[in-house]
Design a protein around this ligand. Structure first.
Ligand code: SF4
Length: 164
């Protein structure tokens, strides 16, 4: 059976980021997975009800997705709105979609308070990043889904083809 892969919609070229842009990832492996029909696109934030454009958001206080899911950190928009509940809802929707398609792997764009898996921003909206994962990446991992960032396509490729 072909493994399906949950992929950030903005990596697939959909203009769903807060500023209305996409971050299309041009990689032959991703292109092949698309052609094979293995790609399941998700934008957790849009699925939760955010619109495009929207204010940028960060997990406050240098915390991470674990803390948000544990109820000990909040997600704020740069304009001050508390959007924690929507971020958690987006993560749950992503997990539900992954389960629906039996995805054991996800390829998510790094740095996002939802999709980040290696680094996120610290809540100061000043460009400071720190190691950690966003809310969606954390919830997926908590449920056994392996999350790879956009800089780890080769690692995901190897994981999908263990014979190589
Ligand atoms: Fe891309 Fe994820 Fe942000 Fe949606 S939530 S725009 S898929 S990084």
């Amino acid at each position: 059976m072909m493994e399906k892969i949950l992929v950030s919609a903005c990596l697939l070229g959909r203009p769903v980021r807060y500023n209305g842009s996409a971050k299309p990832l041009a990689h032959p492996s991703l292109e092949r997975w698309r052609q094979e029909g293995r790609v399941v696109a998700i934008c957790p934030e849009l699925t939760a009800g955010f619109s495009v454009p929207r204010p940028p958001a960060e997990i406050a206080g240098g915390k991470d997705g674990h803390a948000v899911l544990a109820g000990s950190a909040r997600v704020f928009e740069a304009t001050g709105g508390d959007v924690t509940d929507l971020f958690v809802a987006g993560a749950r929707a992503a997990l539900a979609l992954a389960r629906q398609h039996d995805c054991r792997f996800a390829l998510l764009i790094d740095g996002s308070p939802s999709c980040g898996s290696g680094f996120i921003h610290d809540g100061s909206f000043s460009g400071h990043r720190h190691p950690g994962a966003g809310v969606t990446a954390t919830l997926l991992r908590d449920h056994g889904i392996e999350v790879f960032s956009d800089s780890e396509v080769e690692a995901l490729e190897r994981r999908l083809s263990p014979r190589a």
